[in-house]
Design a protein around this ligand. Structure first.
Ligand code: SAM
Length: 336
């Protein structure tokens, strides 16, 4: 029998998109950065600084404050709460990029077309007439927002991977689909003798700031991981790449890596391992799985056995799975 609490909780969940959209509005205006951590601002000053009207901004911030994001007094004074502090772009573990990413236009319209997935179509393609990465190539603002989101991803997997695995035997690494190279950067900071190549799409590579390349120890390289991966490195990383892919595309990327690898080289897959029982898994895991469905159709989060099957089919021997401090596990394999 449902309770009043269940009804209220369910209605708030139904309204989730309204909260998410208002969070993006505040993040786009950088409201959190405009308020000192221990200070407060009149909402009309904030609005003037952002060149928007005070009354609508007040209504948005009041709604957010009712969920503990900012504090808004009856006099229109806006101050921080622990949650709004995380929206500052300079916060440790900032969620600013995430706040701007989830309801960005590309994803927003794809989610609206979610039902298309139920009849075998790709929601993003139904909404935009283009694959996700074609769309990002044509929308540089949103593409850079995505790169930043991945570099500052809420699960903090980059640091967790660098911490969880012993990279001391690795002289050269290739971060395949490495985005801005945040994972290898965290690894190279810990292992000064290691160098790396970051392979990604041309527009992602062209946008990596030189300051992130550790004085040349990270070499950015534009390319298509379905075509060719740089050969001869000790270690190949595929972090959050396979979950963007159908099984057939996973096999293509893995086979490309396999061809580039000499005997003795290692492959590390960084992915979440989905628990098929949602009572045991974290809710965010299943939402990420749906995000993959909305963006790529049959791309998805996978079970441990599914990764092992993909590895076997692409000519790899599964070695072990290493847990990290994040939701991402490291699956280690070598050429069979
Ligand atoms: C989900 S992101 C993961 C980024 C990074 N590995 C991380 O963990 O933050 C997937 C990356 O794969 C890149 N990518 C997608 N298709 C690609 C292709 N065909 N060739 C090279 N990179 C590709 C995207 O541009 C994006 O940076």
């Amino acid at each position: 029998m449902e309770t009043t609490d269940d009804r209220e909780a369910l209605v708030l969940l139904m309204r989730g998109f309204q909260i998410s959209r208002a969070i993006r509005l505040a993040a786009d205006l950088r409201i959190a950065n405009r308020i000192e951590p221990d200070g407060g601002r009149d909402v009309h000053d904030l609005a003037a600084e952002c060149s928007v009207q005070g009354e609508p901004l007040l209504r948005c911030l009041r709604a957010l404050a009712s969920f503990g994001i900012f504090r808004v007094g009856a006099d229109g004074r806006v101050a921080h709460s622990p949650r709004s502090l995380l929206l500052r772009s300079d916060a440790e573990g900032s969620l600013h990029a995430a706040a701007r990413f989830y309801t960005a236009p590309g994803a927003w319209r794809a989610w609206e077309a979610l039902d298309e997935a139920l009849v075998g179509r790709v929601p993003h393609e139904a909404a935009w007439g283009a694959s996700r990465f074609e769309y990002l190539s044509r929308h540089p603002d949103e593409a850079r927002r995505f790169d930043q989101y991945m570099a500052e991803v809420p699960d903090r997997h980059h640091e967790a991977i660098a911490e969880a695995y012993d990279f001391s035997g690795c002289r050269t690494a290739v971060d395949v689909g490495g985005g801005r190279g945040e994972t290898v950067r965290r690894i190279l900071v810990r292992y000064p003798a290691t160098t790396a190549i970051v392979l990604d799409r041309a527009d992602v590579i062209a946008a990596i700031p030189a300051a992130l390349l550790l004085g040349g120890r990270i070499r950015p390289q534009a390319g298509d991981f379905f075509d060719q991966v740089p050969a001869g490195a000790d270690l190949y990383l595929l972090v959050r790449v396979l979950h963007d892919c159908s099984d057939a595309d996973c096999r293509r990327v893995l086979q490309c890596c396999r061809q580039a690898m000499a005997p003795g080289a290692r492959l590390l897959i960084g992915e979440q391992i989905l628990d098929p029982d949602p009572a045991r898994g974290a809710p965010a895991s299943y939402l990420i799985d749906l995000q993959m469905m909305a963006m790529f159709g049959s791309a998805r989060e996978r079970l441990q056995a599914e990764f092992q099957d993909l590895l076997g089919a692409a000519g790899f021997r599964f070695l072990r799975t290493v847990a990290t401090a994040s939701s991402i596990a490291i699956i280690e394999a070598e050429p069979a």
